[in-house]
Design a protein around this ligand. Structure first.
Ligand code: IMP
Length: 182
């Protein structure tokens, strides 16, 4: 993959817009769950920042689980295959499950996880919240129940999202021009 520098990254969504929107989505979730207990699942690595900011603004009784899925490897496009690097989960039967994803792009990862949960547990409810919805790239028939921002067909980094392992720590969501990425 090509080397990309911080100076190549343009701001797409600012830190303050992210903070404001994450709080808005948390308030919607607080209202929709109406005090019922939730098991929130963080899909690592990309959703780490969104997850920690979101759960701090949720006020229902809550447990957290962390799983790790990978579909991109060292590339800027989905391999079409999901690698369940670590998908150990407790029994979710009877629970309100909230999957927290960084971005729904092709939707293959989200579909894999939703199918996995449906096959293995009879949950009380399964909902799915994404930081970003890249609707234009969707192949699988999945749609997040909640999302913070819809984006067009850009490869984005920051706030948990990476380019070959880099830029996850940026406080904003940014993108590099296609000519810079391979
Ligand atoms: P999907 O299976 O194609 O929906 O994408 C799954 C995963 O690919 C996401 O959870 C991200 O970790 C990664 N991904 C997709 N689009 C981007 C992007 O624009 N930047 C960084 N990672 C991405």
């Amino acid at each position: 993959m090509k080397d990309v520098n911080l100076s190549d990254i343009n701001v797409l969504i600012s830190e303050s817009d992210i903070n404001e929107r994450v709080k808005q989505i948390a308030n919607i979730l607080n209202s929709d769950y109406n005090g019922e207990e939730v098991c929130a699942i963080c899909v690592l690595k990309g959703s780490v920042m969104f997850f920690t900011d979101l759960v701090r603004n949720l006020n229902m009784p809550l447990t957290m689980e962390f799983i790790r899925l990978s579909s991109y490897g060292h590339s800027t496009s989905s391999s079409g295959m999901v690698n369940a690097v670590d998908i150990k989960l407790p029994d979710l039967t009877g629970k309100n499950v909230l999957i927290v994803e960084d971005i729904v792009d092709t939707g293959i990862t989200a579909k894999f996880l939703l199918d996995y949960i449906a096959m293995n547990f009879k949950t009380k409810s399964t909902k799915f919240v994404a930081l970003l919805d890249k609707k234009i790239a969707r192949c699988a028939d999945v749609h997040p129940d909640y999302y913070c921002f819809e984006i067009d067909d850009k490869f984005v980094v920051g706030y948990g999202l990476d380019y070959d392992g880099h830029f996850r720590n940026l406080k904003f969501i940014g993108y590099a021009d296609k000519s810079i990425l391979q």
